[in-house]
Structure formats: C-alpha cells, structure tokens
Design a protein around this ligand. Structure first.
Ligand code: ATP
Ligand code: MG
Length: 270
C-alpha cells in the first residue's frame, strides 16, 4: 500500500491507499515539517494497524514537504509537486476530467486539470487563514467552532453595504440582497456575530469570484472545491450564491479536505 502525506501550512492530511483502492484518512497538526511527517505517518500506521513492511512508499506533498527527503521509519519517500497532487486528487474525488479545482486551504490555489495535463492557473492569498487571522485580530477568537456558531447568528446587513442600500431595485444581475461592498456599511450597532459573518462573507465571496472568473476564462462551468476550508457549510452557502450569479456550479466531493494527500498517493502505483 501507499501513504500520501500533504504537509500544508496549517494542517497535515494523510491517506493510506490499499491495493483494492479503498482508503483511510486522518488530519493532524504539528509545528514543523519533520514532526508533521513523522507524527502523521506514525499515527496512520498505528490507527490502522499497519506493518511498516507492508507500506511500499510514502508520497509527500504540500508546502512542508520540501525539507524532507530519504526514508521515513525505513520506508522510501518520494515527492510530488502540490499542484499536480491537487489536480490528481480533484479528478479522482469528483470522477471528472477537464475541470477547475479551487483548493481552499490557508490560501487558495486554482488548478485546471485534464487527463495528463495539470496546470496552475493562479489563485488568491485570501483563504482559510485569512478567516482565522481576521477573527483573531478583530474578535479575539481563535476557535473555529465558536466562530461558526457566532456567524450563524450574524446579520450581514449590519456589516456589508448591500445593493438594496444603494439602489431601489436590482442592478442587472445583482440582486438587492447581494453585497455591494464587504464591510462597506459596518453600523455602530454591529455585534461580534455580525462581524464574524462579514469575515466569512468577504473571504468566500473573494474565493468564489476569483474561481468563477478563472472558470469563465477557460470556458468551464464546473468548479470542484477541495481543501479543509471547503468543508464549511457557511462557506458553501456563500459560494453557491456566487455560482448563481455567474451560472456555474461548485461541486463539494466527499473527502475534499484530503484531495491533495489522495492525489499524492495516487501518483504512485498502489
Ligand atoms: N478542523 C479544522 N482545523 C483547521 N483548519 C480548519 C478546520 N476546519 C476548517 N478549517 C479551515 O481550513 C483552513 C486550512 O485548510 P487546509 O488544511 O486545507 O490548509 P493547508 O493545506 O494547511 O494550507 P495550504 O494548502 O494553503 O498550504 C484553515 O485556515 C481554516 O480556515
Ligand atoms: Mg493544502
């Protein structure tokens, strides 16, 4: 079997791929790349009762993979470039070729994937890390679950300037309830819950809009969304509202947080 480990800037995602193509996943967190890799490998071996000798290869990817080489616990390692891993994983999880993948991690990467041809389109540095950083700076909150809960009670009209605030009717395809300016209103009466929602709204609107423009520029209408920050229900709702405006579809495959690790494992024969 093959193990894929994606050492991201925030979390480490690992997957063990068995010869019958079934797989098991795990997410861990450590402060440095070597602890991330050895810790993730040790945990996935222990949790799944795997013998070291049964693992043919460990494939490393992600920002933290560059500093690690040679063997890990005597298992040979190889590396795959992160964009290639995102492309392979996105195609595998969605069951599609010819697609755009938006990988929502700490930052956001946009990848165009075809069978045998995976291209880095670009991306935006606005991503999941931006949510956590702004929440810490403005609200003094670092716990994502607390933030989700707060945002769920937020009212966007307290924070964002909406189309309805500046016009009596829809402006072209922009409906009255849509944002004209993120944080462009911010009432004195805005509560922390409203600001939490405003942060999510801004980040996912930027990601959605950049992804939509990338897809349109390539004549594609389907964007597969991967990365840990894709698995956030409030984020999906905001992305789907963007999809409505631009007439396209975001797809959220199962195991989306593990797409990059899965792509790494798939790059080697099982
Ligand atoms: N349980 C969680 N733990 C950590 N981050 C989470 C969790 N759930 C959602 N997130 C969001 O996902 C983001 C991290 O996503 P991900 O793990 O895909 O990034 P990464 O791979 O470490 O970073 P990158 O790919 O940009 O180098 C966080 O910034 C946060 O907004
Ligand atoms: Mg990542």
């Amino acid at each position: 079997m093959v193990i894929g480990i994606d050492i991201g800037s925030t979390t480490t995602k690992s997957v063990v791929f068995y010869p019958d193509a079934s797989f098991k996943t795990q997410i861990t967190k450590a402060f440095d790349p070597i602890t991330s890799a050895t810790g993730a490998l040790g945990k996935i071996l222990m949790d799944n009762h795997l013998e070291i000798s049964s693992v043919k290869n460990v494939v490393l990817t992600g920002a933290g993979a560059s500093g690690i080489g040679g063997q890990l616990f005597g298992i040979p390692t190889t590396k795959i470039e992160e964009i290639q891993a995102i492309g392979l994983g996105g195609m595998y999880l969605s069951g599609k070729a010819d697609l755009i993948i938006a990988n929502l991690g700490t930052g956001t990467a946009l990848v165009e994937a075809h069978e045998g041809n995976i291209i880095h389109i670009g991306g935006t540095a606005v991503g999941g890390g931006t949510i956590l950083g702004l929440a810490k700076a403005i609200l003094k909150i670092s716990d994502l679950d607390v933030l989700f809960d707060m945002a769920g009670r937020g009212r966007i009209g307290q924070v964002d300037l909406l189309i309805g605030d500046i016009a009596d009717s829809d402006i072209g395809f922009l409906k009255k309830e849509m944002t004209a300016s993120n944080f462009g209103k911010l009432l004195d009466s805005a509560k922390d819950e409203d600001i939490a929602l405003g942060i999510f709204n801004m980040v996912y609107q930027v990601i959605g809009t950049v992804s939509a423009f990338a897809a349109k520029s390539r004549n594609m209408n389907t964007i597969v969304v991967t990365g840990t920050a894709s698995n956030v229900s409030i984020g999906k709702r905001i992305l789907d509202a963007i999809a409505d405006i631009y007439n396209l579809t975001f797809i959220y495959p199962d195991h989306a947080a593990y797409a990059t690790a899965i792509g790494a494992a798939l790059s080697q024969k099982q």
